[in-house]
Ligand binder design. Structure first.
Ligand code: SAM
Length: 423
């Protein structure tokens, strides 16, 4: 066995066995999670204090207003404990972290590292199946304020337990690394794991994020809960989403208006969305006429593509509502820009978040330059020329952080093809 020690952030990890998983490439993922948790726990604490204050004003025990807010975090699949130790040392506000892993070797490693890093006041270890542990924390007084799921491959088997054991307004941090499945190589497997058909398209990375969000939402909806995405990132070989979970049966009725089926043209690669719900109905309205409004009002997408008359493939459903909270992203970005010394990957985080903030939120998915021009065997137009042509046609345009060659625009595909024809 090899003995190694790894330094990352404020943690130093000892690894006495190569049977416990450690991936240095995920430093960006861990740095980003720390930045997100720093801002989120601040917000959460402030919100709970306001709630407690209001509650106290309306109760006869005014002097007993609770000013302590417990911030508990579960790292359900912890491996070396690196992430938990970094959270303990680098995220303010935390009162307790549970670092769990099924493997006894991993838990031994976590225990050693807790001692080595002097964080035993903040971190508890647990050796259990992640789901079993989460199910034991379903009661609202036992729930975690944040749950981090960083599995090998697909996280969907952990979602049923996770959406039930996170606090009201709490945060789920979810990684998926099975990109081949999510990006359309095996659409059937994607359906069985995530409940949505993936497609092999130019915008597969954002589609992967939207499939995962759709999947988390559907698990939450079973328990009258729903998600609000704060940040959704595609990076390297994985995706990572940060979503808050709230409760409200009436809000769950809005889910269909946040989902769409995806029509993908086999000829020109064009993508058309078919919303699953027509518009946002008034969730408090209960009369039958209003209920009809839940059905899609958009005309169904035809069998053939309007641009090239080829057949469509059908994928989805995907989450077609916003995937980031702009204000929240701005605050994380500002925090990282003001404290670059705190993050080994500060530059990269700032770059990615700046792009994320510019993304057109109301335009799901995107074109890519190489694919558009590849289809018609033309030399690719400079990005700037394409972008200003779209702007000149009266439509907004942005990049997606998920692809360097991306063009996000609400311009109809006919407009985009007209621009290409003039080239
Ligand atoms: N979060 C870690 C990090 O940032 O370094 C990496 C986690 S690693 C990708 C996945 C871990 O999940 C492995 O250590 C494995 O032993 C553990 N694991 C797999 N299935 C599990 C289960 N059902 N319950 C708990 N842990 C599990």
């Amino acid at each position: 066995t090899k003995h190694t020690s790894i330094k990352e952030g404020k943690a130093e990890i000892l690894l006495k066995t190569d049977q416990v998983f450690y991936n240095p490439v995920q430093e960006f993922n861990r740095d980003l999670s720390i930045a997100v948790l720093t801002i989120f726990t601040n917000d959460y604490k402030a919100e709970v204090l306001v709630k407690n204050e209001k509650f106290a004003q309306n109760s006869k025990y005014k002097e007993k207003v609770d000013t302590e807010v417990d911030i508990t975090i579960l790292e359900a699949l912890s491996a070396t404990g690196l992430r938990s130790i970094r959270y303990a040392k680098e995220v303010p506000n935390i009162t307790k972290i549970v670092a769990n892993d099924l493997s006894p070797k991993a838990v031994d490693t976590i225990k050693e590292n807790i001692v080595h890093n002097e964080v035993k006041d903040l971190i508890e270890t647990s050796q259990d199946d992640a789901c079993m542990l989460m199910y034991k924390h379903k009661q609202y007084w036992k729930r975690f304020v944040a749950i981090d799921l960083d599995p090998y491959g697909c996280p969907s088997v952990f979602l049923d337990a996770a959406v039930q054991s996170v606090q009201e307004g709490g945060l789920l941090l979810v990684t998926a690394t099975d990109m081949a499945v999510l990006a359309g190589n095996t659409p059937e497997t994607c359906y069985s794991k995530y409940g949505a058909i993936s497609l092999k398209t130019k915008c597969c990375h954002e589609m992967a994020l939207r499939i995962l969000l759709q999947c988390i939402e559907s698990h939450a909806n079973r328990y009258s809960r729903y998600i609000v995405p704060l940040l959704s990132i595609s990076a390297d070989f994985y995706i990572r989403v940060f979503v808050r979970v709230f409760t409200g049966a009436i809000h769950c009725k809005n889910t269909t208006s946040k989902l769409s089926m995806v029509y993908h043209c086999t000829g020109c690669d064009n993508i058309t969305l078919q919303p699953m719900g027509g518009f946002k109905p008034n969730p408090t309205e209960r009369n039958p006429a209003q209920m009809k409004a839940y059905l899609p009002t958009a005309p169904p997408v035809g069998e053939f593509c309007v641009n090239c008359n080829q057949r469509h493939h059908l994928g989805g459903p995907i989450w077609s509502a916003p995937i980031h909270d702009e204000l929240f992203v701005t605050r994380v970005l500002t925090h990282v820009e003001h404290n670059p010394e705190l993050f080994g990957t500060a530059k990269r985080i700032a770059g990615v978040l700046a792009m994320v903030r510019e993304e057109l939120q109301d335009v799901p998915l995107y074109y890519t330059m190489d694919r558009l021009f590849g289809r018609v065997h033309l030399e690719t137009m400079p990005m700037l020329v394409m972008r200003s042509a779209i702007l000149n046609s009266g439509y907004k345009v942005s990049y997606s952080h998920a692809s360097r060659m991306s063009i996000k625009t609400a311009a109809p595909s006919q407009v985009v093809w007209d621009i290409i024809r003039t080239w």
